[in-house]
Ligand binder design. Structure first.
Ligand SMILES: [Zn+2]
Length: 351
């Protein structure tokens, strides 16, 4: 439990740094990563609405049919903001078979979960039978409790363990409230975790009635429990956060392990046919080749940091030197790359 708690605190610190950076997005990041204490001094989210990552009380979702019975949903501003590299709220989807429905992701609060449930109702009167969370992150899993009791939740074991840890979960909720908004229903969230628990390397098949869905674990992709969802017949694939959005969005190595993330993304890329439709964690559908940008970024990051370590550079020098001009453009570059990815990779390669 202590390990989980301390990991959670690391995550909070990093994301606090992110919000502090993002709220001052016009300026370049300083050499010193911001510290969490500063965020604790900050005003409540309600009074600094403009500093929210995105507003859980304002986001609107829309849904689109990708194939017969296969739908993606994503924020209405994703189409415009994704290509510019600006972060948007969570994306997900649902698959309708002859007998029942499977939903991917449950969003961060009841307001957004209700939008998702409304979309399903608009296209079918078949019951929702399954809900999959790609990770424990609240914007993908907090809405679980809003789904009818008859729905079976599917998670990786590590996702379930994280959410079943009461202290860790309450801390996680506080952090979500701070950055996605107070009084937007996040406070009301009750952890609802897996009825169907998947293990490492899982390939779990469900038949919704003439519509097969596979839920896959390829390895560590951003957390210990990342799941991917695949509809083989229609070649539609959901990734969750490991593929956050189209380029220039970059992987967030919040829990480090850049080599494992790279290996997993390569496996994912090999798995996908070229004409697959990929619904990323936070954006409009993309193509498998869009994942190459993330793979090349991680390879370049590894090479550059390795050579910095070999040259005896300090972390600060490495952060200043490794600017990767070919991979810039993400609005969060200064935070994700410089403040999170370079330091975690540096730490791993100098151990
Ligand atoms: Zn997310």
């Amino acid at each position: 439990m202590f390990k989980e708690m301390s990991k959670n605190i690391v995550k909070l610190t990093l994301v606090s740094a992110f919000v502090l950076f993002f709220s001052g997005c016009n300026s370049m990041p300083g050499d010193e990563p911001p510290v969490a204490e500063k965020a604790e001094d900050a005003k409540p989210a309600e009074e600094k609405k403009e500093n929210l990552v995105w507003d859980a009380g304002a986001v609107q979702l829309e849904y689109h049919k990708l194939a017969p019975g296969v739908y993606a949903y994503y924020p209405t501003d994703a189409q415009e903001k994704n290509p510019k590299g600006y972060p948007v709220a969570t994306a997900g989807g649902f698959v309708v078979g002859d007998n029942e429905v499977l939903v991917v992701e449950s969003m961060v609060n009841k307001r957004l979960t209700d939008q998702v449930l409304g979309f399903v109702k608009e296209v079918t009167d078949k019951p929702i039978r399954y809900l999959v969370n790609t990770s424990y992150h609240g914007d993908h899993s907090y809405g679980n409790y809003v789904f009818p009791k008859s729905v079976s939740i599917i998670q990786h074991r590590k996702t379930k363990e994280f959410m079943d840890n009461k202290e860790g979960f309450e801390a996680d909720k506080k952090f979500m409230v701070q950055y996605f908004g107070a009084n937007r229903g996040i406070e009301d969230v009750v952890a609802r975790t897996a009825d169907i628990v998947l293990e490492d390397g899982a390939r779990y098949e469900i038949d919704l009635g003439n519509k097969k869905v596979e839920i896959l674990h390829f390895g560590f992709a951003q957390t210990e429990g990342d799941l991917f969802i695949w509809v083989p017949e229609d070649k539609v694939f959901w990734t969750g956060n490991p593929v956050v959005a189209q380029p220039p969005a970059l992987p967030w190595l919040l829990d480090g392990k850049h080599e494992e993330v790279l290996a997993t993304l390569k496996k994912v890329r090999e798995f996908l046919p070229e004409d697959a439709m990929v619904v990323p964690g936070h954006g409009v559908p993309i193509q498998p080749k869009d994942i190459d940008f993330k793979i090349r970024y991680l390879e370049t990051l590894h090479q550059e940091v390795k050579s910095a370590v070999e040259q005896g550079m300090t972390l600060k020098e490495a952060q200043k030197t490794i600017t990767l001009p070919d991979f810039q453009g993400y609005a969060l570059f200064g935070w994700v790359h410089t403040q999170v990815n370079v330091p975690s990779t540096y730490k791993e390669l100098s151990e």
